[in-house]
Write a protein that binds this ligand. Structure first.
Ligand SMILES: [Zn+2]
Ligand SMILES: [Zn+2]
Length: 269
């Protein structure tokens, strides 16, 4: 039997991961005070900084165990590192709560808190896939607190993260960016790099994949895969799967020296 390609393996891996869902009430947040909310919006702070998501430690660690199991199954090369990480996770209830709060707060370096040497890329990989179902539920629960048409920033309005994919709308040619952590899409300028302030826009296409463009930036060396809505025939493509099904374009862009700005360091798989 032929070994599955990287693309097939990723599809199988993600098909298993998306079965992990969390209940609507697994993520809560405090209603933001109106004045603070308005101020934060003027400063373009993402929702995580205004009304952070709260998740029970037991729910979070239950999902983490499931994600770890899926990684070990589909990516045996990462199994030993994943086990090493699992055995270093906190067991004390207070420490577990602190860990979860840190995991849901952008910029917190959880790894250095664990006081043991762990492989950082695999740690982030496990953590991101654990956070994801909670963040996408949070984005749904908090949807009335952001307007995807009005945000117009290069960062996700929910988590503040960088987009992984863009969509050029068919009718009016508007551009939307997509965050694969929160599964949120929001409007952005039609041209210019979403990762830095450069207004330049260059793209390449790949033979046989004409519905995609890869925009790249020579200032920050970022790139963003973009679906050309005029060529897809669908008005609402599934951006989650589009991202996974176009790994070939990531490989091409990285071979040309461009960087995945959303995930600068992914484990080698
Ligand atoms: Zn996000
Ligand atoms: Zn740039």
């Amino acid at each position: 039997m032929q070994a599955p390609s990287l693309q097939e393996m990723l599809v199988n891996f993600h098909q298993e991961l998306i079965r992990i869902t969390v209940k609507e009430d697994a993520v809560s947040f405090s209603t933001p005070d109106q004045a603070i909310f308005r101020q934060a919006q003027e400063k373009a702070l993402p929702l995580v900084n205004i009304c952070p998501p709260q998740v029970k430690a037991e729910d979070f660690f239950a999902v983490m165990t499931q994600v770890a199991g899926i990684i070990k199954h589909f990516m045996p090369d990462l199994a030993a590192e994943t086990e090493q990480i699992e055995s270093a996770l906190p067991v004390d209830p207070a420490e577990r709560e602190e860990f979860v709060t840190g995991a849901l707060t952008p910029g917190v370096d959880l790894l250095s808190d664990l006081k043991t040497d762990l492989p950082p890329e695999t740690f982030d990989f496990l953590l991101n896939h654990t956070i994801k179902p909670f963040m996408s539920q949070y984005a749904v629960n908090a949807s009335k607190y952001f307007d995807p048409e009005m945000w117009l920033k290069g960062n996700c309005p929910v988590c503040g993260g960088k987009p992984t994919l863009a969509l050029l709308e068919k009718e009016k040619g508007r551009r939307y960016l997509y965050c694969d952590l929160c599964e949120v899409q929001w409007r952005f300028n039609r041209l210019g790099c979403p990762y830095c302030t450069s207004n330049e826009s260059h793209f390449f296409t790949c033979e046989g994949m004409e519905k995609y463009r890869v925009y790249y930036c020579d200032k920050c060396h970022g790139y963003i895969k973009t679906i050309d809505g005029a060529k897809t025939g669908e008005s609402q493509p599934n951006l989650f799967w589009e991202d996974i099904n176009t790994i070939q374009l990531d490989i091409l862009a990285m071979r040309e020296g461009y960087i995945n700005q959303a995930y600068p360091q992914e484990p080698e798989i």
